[in-house]
Design a protein around this ligand. Structure first.
Ligand code: 01A
Ligand code: MG
Length: 519
């Protein structure tokens, strides 16, 4: 077993003077030796602020040089980073920190976030900001920039217990707050390994990786940041994804590996400055978070001269299936290097396997090293998702005669927009707060850029409301902006079953028919 700190420490023995990380906000970079020193200095500073081994410390940050350093320094110290999605609003961030009983936080210098976090942290718990101090300065918050301390004071590195929680990542649940996914130290190697076994990443200083994926999700952390640093490569921070700027970096730095969600590649291809010559250095192109719509994949294939791989996985189990050379193929996947999967009868037990050719739920053997250990303080939900050693993905799969698997959609009504999972219930609750919304149901509809977009189907009183007013209501609500409906449909009634439950499946079918009519 190697920890994330081990990976960096060992890379520093092989490639001490090679560039490990390059910032994109200000001109600075660190060699591997400098990175190890910096991690130790920041860890020493954290320690003097009172952060101890075993403490859960929240980060709520977009991609940044500081975010990478903070995560590695926390791990060096034996503390447990809990990486909160930086797109969440302050209410949710505060509640996650409170429910996770966290001992400190490192957040962006945003007044409402800092205030919400201050409110729930224990008195005198360290609270640090990245990107400046907070306007109106909240007492007790310090700037992350000032955290490095004398590394001599740092206790020597103690290798953690393999089963102890190393990181907490979040995944949305059907309703309410996202669930904290506890990932142990023993999972780190496996979570990076598929980058070599399935995605073609080979060890060496030639690797130049652009950090498109957010570090607060497992792909951006393990498969992009850590795979770059563990294999002696260079990680280029991408702090605010702008397709035009990404293209310039790819060209000027000679980026060799791009790992993104389909929406990243859509953005890059649509950018006015895009030209295939500018991205000719890219050898490995990987996408995950969702499948890529066929027309977009064809455009990516035509524009890039790279090996293309699609990775299917979840926060809990990491990579389960993959598809090499996805171009022109149906959604046909093969189990990954360390994955064992089966298809279980829908609604049945995990041991009730269905025959090849029959739709069922994709189940993944939860005994792989890559797997999570449970949801933070939510044991009932762990029991619901992991039964007799099998993890229920909630995705519908069919085993083919050749042993591969086709993916066919979801067991539930989850929407996947731009690689983020969104459940309808939370959005419906916010829409129902509006006086003139009588009934509503939220569904996903296919979209060229996002994979799916959120669509609200509403029954309203007193004439069709102004859509801008609906959008303002949602923006002002605690719901994260990316979950807002991108389209509204106004209906006379919603389709329901005998028990008066809205049938989202019928709404999706109606919406599909309406799109056909328009064509
Ligand atoms: O109207 P406005 O101003 O609010 O619109 C804003 C944002 O709200 C909106 N936006 C979105 C999304 C989204 N996902 N869906 C719908 N709307 N993201 C942002 O776009 C407007 C511009 O805002 P921005 O902050 O400038 O947006 P971008 O930076 O361009 O963000 C788009 C991205 C595609 C970059 C972003 O959504 C992203 O980073 N997506 C990737 C998420 C990801 O990492 N997914 C993987 C999760 S781990 C689970 C998993 O799938 C997996 C897979 C394999 C696990 C393990 C394995 Cl092995
Ligand atoms: Mg942006």
């Amino acid at each position: 077993m190697q920890t994330t700190f081990d990976f960096v420490r060992l890379a520093a023995t092989r490639a001490p003077d090679h560039c490990a990380i390059v910032d994109d906000r200000i001109e600075r970079s660190l060699t591997y030796l400098q990175l190890v020193d910096q991690i130790e200095a920041v860890a020493a500073g954290f320690s003097s602020l009172g952060i101890n081994a075993g403490d859960i410390v929240a980060t709520c940050l977009g991609n940044s040089y500081e975010h990478g350093l903070a995560l590695l320094a926390l791990e060096r110290l034996g503390a447990i980073p809990a990486l909160i999605n930086a797109r969440l609003k302050s209410d949710d961030v505060g509640r996650l920190i409170e429910q996770g009983r966290m001992a400190g936080a490192i957040v962006s210098a945003d007044e409402s976030i800092v205030a919400a976090v201050k409110d729930v942290l224990p008195n005198s718990a360290p609270l640090m900001t990245v990107g400046g101090s907070v306007p109106g300065s909240i007492p007790g918050a310090t700037e992350f920039e000032s955290s490095p301390g004398p590394a001599e004071n740092l206790a020597s590195y103690a290798r953690p217990d393999a089963e102890a929680t190393a990181f907490i990542f979040y995944t949305s649940g059907t309703t309410g707050l996202p669930k904290g996914v506890e990932i142990p130290h023993r999972a780190t190697d496996s979570r990076m390994l598929y980058m070599s076994t399935q995605c073609g990443l080979v060890h060496g200083t030639h690797n130049k990786v652009l950090g498109l994926m957010p570090m607060f999700h497992v792909v951006g952390f393990y498969s992009v940041l850590m795979a770059a640093l563990g294999l002696d490569g260079t990680y280029y921070v991408c702090s605010d994804f702008s397709p035009g700027a990404a293209i310039e970096t790819i060209e000027s730095e000679g980026i060799t590996l791009l790992y993104g969600a389909p929406a990243h590649f859509h953005g890059i291809l649509e950018a006015p400055n895009f030209a295939p010559e500018k991205v000719a250095s890219v050898r490995n192109l990987i996408y995950a978070g969702s499948a890529m719509p066929g027309p977009l994949l064809d455009r990516v294939d035509a524009a890039f001269d790279a090996k293309i791989v699609n990775i299917y996985g979840t926060t809990e189990i990491m990579n389960a299936l993959y598809m090499a050379d996805p171009v022109g193929r149906p959604l046909t996947y093969r189990p990954g290097f360390y994955s064992s999967v089966r298809v279980g009868r829908l609604g049945g037990s995990v041991h009730d396997e269905v025959d090849a050719g029959v739709d069922g739920e994709l189940l993944v053997d939860a005994s792989s090293d890559a797997n999570f250990t449970g949801y933070l303080h939510r044991p009932e939900e762990t029991i619901e998702k992991v039964q007799d050693g099998w993890y229920r993905t909630g995705d519908i799969a069919v085993k083919r005669d050749d042993g591969d698997y086709d993916l066919r959609g979801r067991v539930d009504d989850m929407i996947n927009s731009g690689g983020e999972n969104i459940y309808p219930e939370d959005i419906e609750a916010v829409l129902l707060q509006m006086d003139n919304v009588v009934e509503c149901s939220v569904i996903g509809e296919p979209d060229e850029k996002w994979g799916e977009i959120v669509v609200a189907c509403l029954v309203v009183s007193g004439g069709e409301p102004d859509q801008a007013a609906l959008d303002r209501h949602l923006r002002a609500s605690p719901l994260a902006d990316y979950k807002r409906p991108r389209k509204y449909r106004f209906l006379k009634e919603l389709p329901k079953n005998a028990a008066n439950k809205v049938l989202r499946r019928l709404l999706r079918e109606q919406a599909a028919e309406m799109r056909e009519d328009v064509r």
